[in-house]
Design a protein around this ligand. Structure first.
Ligand code: BG6
Length: 478
């Protein structure tokens, strides 16, 4: 809803539309509107510069007028008959050309049922309907390879692939989309974007928040499922994909899917899991994962994961991709850091080369979106002394930030039918196939030393060992 509001504000919502909320609760359209307005008002002024500033009636009113509530149970055929009627009424009243987006803002256990019922009610068959019929689903898209395949099979029984929009909200982040611009709109980087020049890649998605009120969900999910085959792999795909032949959705999606097919099969030695203990974050004492609401006192669910991926293709053979993500880490920080190979030593043999850092290119996704190039420069003075320095591009120095919650582009793209930022069935399955051996391996053996990192730290010691084995180390989380 905040994204719809922002789309209205920027003139990107179509002038005629209807918004139908379907749920099993007893409530009137007025009550639903009231709740949504309340929610929007709570969002005003929240979370940084991108947040809503005010709720302006000029933009809110057309949305409020377009809203209507329909009580219905997702498992009940009658609900879909009623929905069909409501859609027809709205279409007739507003002349909507038959176009419908079904946004499954529901628990994932309903995805298959809703797709089936929509299909059986003739609501997604474009031969029967005039306009487009599209379905939006958001993660969790399955719990593992098998369930993701089953869900795809079910959706594809009733809809064509081009009608399905699988959202990964990381792709709504401007800085994630900008990786493609950085790589493919510049002549500078792509020629050095390979195993000849790159030593390794580190991708970090660190969060300082804990599981909060989501204990029940998290106990059934864990950090690996929650973050890796989706969000972290989107960052891997953007960094590692081959140049597409065009910016057409299918060309980009094909290149991204290829990456996961090329990942060398993981073994348990490539993965580390952790769970947070009590600790201190920004001077606040916070409790251990096991003490969070709806979490078992002897839970073995991971809240941290680190992986070492090798991509078996000509560009990346021999270049490790180290990934880590966790809750209750030192600070919130998402970045992709590319470490280049060191310069040959000969020229600077009398300087303390070993103390110098290698060159890095760091795409900072959030917060403080930026791109930083770290390289060595001569320190002024008579001696040849080198020092690591940085060139920084900060988004906020160049671009005015429009209020955005990250879903504006995604919803707009669904409206105009651009699938570039959405996941195709084969990509989802290939991503699950990569993590499947780890999910299975971990399910079969309880972690012995949980909790193994303090809240406010940089994660478990074993994550350092993962890189130390290769003679490398993590960048500090900051
Ligand atoms: C969600 C996960 O998909 O992404 C959460 O379920 C996580 O556990 C969130 O906190 C992170 O997204 P963002 O946009 O806040 O970085």
């Amino acid at each position: 809803m905040p994204a719809l509001y922002n789309l209205a504000r920027t003139g990107l919502l179509p002038p005629r539309f209807a918004l139908i909320g379907v749920d099993h609760n007893d409530r009137s359209t007025d009550e639903w509107r009231g709740k949504i307005k309340e929610f929007l008002e709570e969002q005003v002024g929240k979370s940084g510069e991108g947040a809503l500033k005010t709720i302006d009636d000029r933009y809110w009113s057309p949305i409020a007028d377009a809203m209507s509530f329909l009580k219905g149970d997702f498992t009940d055929d009658g609900a879909f008959v009623a929905l069909k009627q409501r859609l027809a009424d709205c279409d007739k009243a507003k002349n909507l050309g038959g176009n419908v987006l079904f946004y499954l803002a529901t628990a994932d256990r309903f995805f298959a049922t809703i797709a089936q019922k929509l299909g059986e009610a003739g609501l997604v068959d474009t031969k029967e309907c005039n306009g487009f019929r599209r379905l939006i689903v958001e993660k969790p898209f399955g719990q593992d390879l098998e369930s993701a395949k089953a869900l795809n099979t079910c959706l594809l029984k009733y809809l064509r692939e081009d009608q399905i929009y699988r959202i990964d909200h990381f792709l709504g982040k401007e800085t994630v989309q900008n990786i493609l611009a950085l790589r493919f709109a510049n002549g500078l980087f792509e020629p050095i974007w390979n195993r000849d020049r790159i030593d390794h890649v580190q991708i970090t998605v660190a969060e300082s928040i804990g599981v909060g009120t989501r204990g029940k969900f998290y106990e059934a999910t864990g950090a690996l499922r929650d973050m890796v085959p989706n969000h972290l792999f989107q960052l891997v795909a953007m960094t590692a994909m081959e140049p597409p032949v065009s910016f057409e959705a299918e060309d980009i999606r094909a290149k991204k899917a290829e990456i996961f097919k090329a990942v060398h099969p993981l073994t348990l030695a490539d993965a580390v899991r952790g769970q947070y203990d009590a600790g201190t974050i920004e001077e606040q004492k916070v409790s251990a994962y096991r003490a969070e609401p709806n979490v078992s006192a002897d839970s073995t669910v991971e809240t941290f994961v680190a992986l070492r991926l090798m991509i078996d293709n000509w560009r990346w053979a021999g270049v490790p991709f180290y990934l880590r993500t966790g809750k209750r880490l030192k600070t919130r920080s998402t970045e992709i850091a590319i470490r280049f190979k060191r310069a040959p030593h000969a020229l600077f043999r009398d300087t303390p080369m070993d103390e110098l850092d290698a060159d890095w290119l760091i795409a900072r996704i959030q917060p403080d979106e930026s791109i930083r190039l770290r390289f060595n420069a001569k320190r002024p003075g008579p001696a040849m002394a080198l020092e690591s320095v940085a060139m920084d591009f900060k988004y906020k120095d160049y671009f005015k930030q429009a209020p955005s919650v990250g879903y504006e582009t995604l919803i707009y793209d669904c409206l105009i039918g651009d699938a570039t930022l959405f996941q195709r069935a084969d990509q989802v399955e290939a991503a699950w196939a990569v993590v499947d051996p780890i999910l299975k391996g971990w399910a079969g053996s309880s972690p012995r030393h949980f909790p193994n990192y303090a809240a406010g730290s940089e994660g478990p010691a074993a994550a350092n060992d993962l890189l130390a084995r290769d003679g490398r180390s993590w960048r500090a989380i900051r």
